[in-house]
Structure formats: C-alpha cells, structure tokens
Design a protein around this ligand. Structure first.
Ligand code: EPZ
Length: 426
C-alpha cells in the first residue's frame, strides 16, 4: 500500500491549481443515466472515486471514457442501453456515493437494484431519506440479501420534506424528479454548490428545475432528456485544504482555479485565526504572518463551515495560540484524525462531538495511519510542519478525493514523496 513520506518545515510558496470537484463529478456522472444520448463532462478530477464511478456505470452497460491528460480532463459517457441496472456490492462497498444511481435508474428504466451501502469510518450514513422520497414518488421499495430494489411504472411528482438536510439525498431525488410525471416540490434541501452544479447540468439536458441552491426546489418532470456538455465546478474542499496548507506552513501561496464564493465560511474562519487572504475572481492568495489565534468552529450545512474541512481546520488549530473548540454537527464519528494528530504531539481532548484543541503545540514527525479522506488531508497538513520525517500509511484514502496531492504540494516547495505505485493497473 502506498505511503507518503513528508519532511516538515518548508513554507509553501507559489501557485497551486485546484481540480474539479469530486462531489460534483460523481452525481453528474450518475445523471448521464437519465438519457440515451452522449454526455460530455469537463474538469473531471483524476481521483480514485471517479475510476470507481466509471466501473459502476460500465457494469450497467454504459460506455464511460475518462479522458485524462487531454485538455479539460474531458469524460464521455453514454448510457444508450442499461443492460444491468444494478449497483453491485463489490463497487458500492468501496464508495457510498454509488447509491446516487438509485434515483436516475428508477426514473429512466423503472427498476433499480443497489447494494445497501454499509456504514463508513465517519458514521452510519443511512440512505433512508433517499428511499422515503422515492416511495413518495410511487416507487415500490424492497430490501433483500443486502440489496435495495426499487420498481415503478413511472415515478410521479410528489411533495418531499426532508427530515434532515442531505446532500446526496437532495441530488438523488432531484435526478428522480426530472423524469417523473408531474411536479415535485422538495423542501429542506441541501444548498451545497454541488447540488447547484448538478441542477445546471440537468437543465442543460432539458430538465425544468427552479430553486436549486436554496432550501426549496421545484421540478416539473419531462418525458425525455437529451445529451449535454457540462463543466464541473472547482473543488472547494481541495481549495480549502490548500488554504490551510499555506497558512499552517507560514507560506505565501496562490490557490488558483477555485471559486472563492463557495469558500466564504472557510475564508471567514481563517481570517478569524489571523490568516491573511487576498481574494481574487478565481484565486485566493494566503499568507500567515506570525502568530495564529485560536477560534471555535462548528460544522454546519452549506453555507456554514463544511464538515469536509473540519479535520484540516483542526490541524491548523494545533498551531493557534489558545484554545479552539471544534464541534462536529454532521457526522457522529468524524474525529478519527485526533488520535493520529495526538501521536504527533497535538493536545486535543474529545468529548462526544466536541474536540478541544490547545495550541500552539510544536508537532513532531511520527508514523501515522490515514483512516478516511479528510482525516488523511489533515495528517498531510500536520506533517508539512512537523519536525522530522512523517510516514503516512494507507494514502489510498487520500487518492480517493485529491488529484496527485503530493505532486501539487511538491510544486510549491513541500518535501513530500510517495512510496509505492501511483495508481493500480486498470
Ligand atoms: C455528502 O455526503 C458528501 N459526499 C460528503 O463528503 C459530505 O461530508 C456530506 O455530503 C456533508 O456535506 C458526496 O457528496 C459524495 P449527507 P452525503 O447525506 O450526501 C444523515 C467527502 O469527504 N443522513 O448530507 O452522504 C447522515 O448520516 C465526503 O468528500 C440520514 O440520516 O451526506 C449525516 O449524518 C465525506 N439519512 C447527515 O444526514 C439519509 O438518508 C448528512 O449526510 C441521508 C443522510
């Protein structure tokens, strides 16, 4: 298994580019199921989860060509015939977001079979709200032998009020509603930029959607959708991770090809810590001069502070003067990075969903274990400033959502290298 070796101490200097958003690319690739025409997606990140999504679509009978290295990271998908509308356990167990094919499959073919995604490192993560919404739209849902089966003649419009804000739940039911018979009104929806990005792609396919990006979305179902060419949003979480990298390393970093509007909560929190940020149209310059101040932070649904930046913020908080209280409101078990940061000398006490971080504490190199995508990112950030050489194990977690992060960081002066193969053979 690949490892990273990081020698800490170098301030990051220069320009680092942000790739397309994994959490936009996954629902947009699933949306290709809704039409038999060709769909072209640009700015698709070269990360492991995209490779998994390709396998998922191809197993159903689609063609999916990941055009890496070519201009625009173009991906071409065609779901002319879906011979096997099933998301198999072998794939779903490696990526929960596979459940995003449920809505589009039922809407397009009237039938879907999806392995129940088990829990994951950060929480139980049920999909009950996805199923509840599909039932309201008239689907008959059964569960057998670890698989959910959904069947219907044709989905019909419905009024859906989410008990809880769910990102992929909103996306899954949005994709179901665009081909349903009649109007669907969804309330208490997720407002994440990834939802808006998906809605923009669906509108390009001929869907009739109002209110994406707000808590109420209205969809007028249509009988057929056509192909589209769509450019995926930049990855706001990758951008946020690099902002913290610039701040924690005492560097002067220009984070380029991002959308600062999607990072308002992250920018505000970093400024509260005393980080200097110059915000441009599609780039942000980050500098930290001298002492960083402690600040409390609580994760909230968008436009609040993203849970996917919690671990990275915690790494920064270890270098802030004073006590920072970090509260995780979205997932019940998202402090896996704490024990590893503590191995590097951090002073963090966890009590349920709250972690109290005392700083500034000098970090030392150590052998650490990656446990999930964002926890891994926080360990890379800590290793960038730790005294000595840190070995990060199981970096396949970070490859799931960061495109060649070691090369990008090396490009701005980090001493980081990968031990082992880059990507498994196809
Ligand atoms: C999306 O996951 C993202 N993944 C996650 O990013 C992100 O952490 C999360 O949204 C929150 O922002 C993708 O977009 C592929 P939720 P999702 O449904 O949709 C509960 C990363 O690091 N819930 O919004 O699965 C759930 O357990 C990943 O890139 C139900 O109870 O998250 C959680 O506590 C990690 N029933 C809360 O809602 C449901 O049916 C929010 O989860 C659905 C969700």
């Amino acid at each position: 298994m690949d490892k990273f070796v990081v020698r800490g101490g170098n301030p990051l200097l220069g320009t680092i580019k942000v790739s397309g958003a994994k959490n936009s690319a996954l629902p947009c690739m699933a949306a290709a199921i809704l039409t038999e025409d060709e769909v072209i997606l640009e700015n698709i990140p070269q990360v492991r989860d995209i490779e998994t999504e390709r396998k998922l679509l191809e197993a159903m009978g689609a063609t999916c060509e990941l055009g890496y290295g070519r201009a625009q990271h173009r991906t071409t998908i065609q779901c002319a015939v879906l011979s096997d509308p099933e998301a198999k356990y072998e794939i779903v167990k490696t990526m929960r977001a596979s459940s995003l094919v449920l809505g589009p499959l039922v809407a397009r073919t009237g039938m879907a079979r999806v392995a129940v995604p088990g829990g994951c490192a950060i929480g139980g993560r049920p999909i009950d709200l996805h199923l509840k919404g599909l039932e309201l739209m008239g689907a008959n849902i059964t569960q057998e032998h670890g698989y959910i089966e959904a069947r219907t003649e044709r989905l019909k419009g419905a009024h859906i009020l989410f008990d809880k804000i769910t990102v992929t739940g909103t996306e899954d039911l949005l994709m179901a509603a665009v081909l349903a018979d009649g109007e669907t009104v969804m309330e208490n929806c997720a407002q994440e930029p990834e939802v808006t990005d998906l809605a923009a792609m669906l509108a390009g396919m001929g869907a009739q959607i109002q209110g994406a990006g707000s808590s109420t979305i209205r969809v007028q179902g249509v009988s057929k959708l056509h192909g589209v060419k769509h450019r995926i949003n930049p990855d706001r979480i990758e951008a946020g991770t690099f902002l913290v990298a610039g701040a924690i390393s005492g560097g002067d970093l220009n984070v380029d090809c991002c959308n600062p509007q999607h990072l308002a909560a992250v920018i505000a929190k970093l400024e509260e810590c005393g980080v200097r940020l110059d915000v441009g149209k599609d780039s942000i310059r980050v500098r930290s001069e001298g002492k960083l101040k402690a600040a409390d932070m609580a994760t909230v649904e968008y436009p609040g502070f993203p849970t996917d930046m919690q671990a990275q913020f915690m790494a920064l908080a270890t270098q802030c003067e004073g006590t920072s209280v970090v509260t995780e409101n979205i997932f019940e078990n998202r402090f896996m990075h704490v024990s590893e940061l503590s191995r590097m000398g951090a002073n963090i006490k966890v009590d349920g969903r709250t972690a109290t971080v005392r700083g500034k504490t000098p970090l030392q190199s150590a052998a650490v274990m990656c446990s999930d995508l964002r926890a891994s990112a926080s360990l890379v950030l800590a290793a960038l400033i730790a005294d000595g050489e840190t070995i990060l194990d199981r970096v396949y977690h970070i490859d799931r959502g960061y495109e060649r992060i070691e090369e990008k960081l090396r490009g701005v002066g980090a001493q980081i290298r990968r031990m082992g193969e880059v990507f498994g053979k196809r």
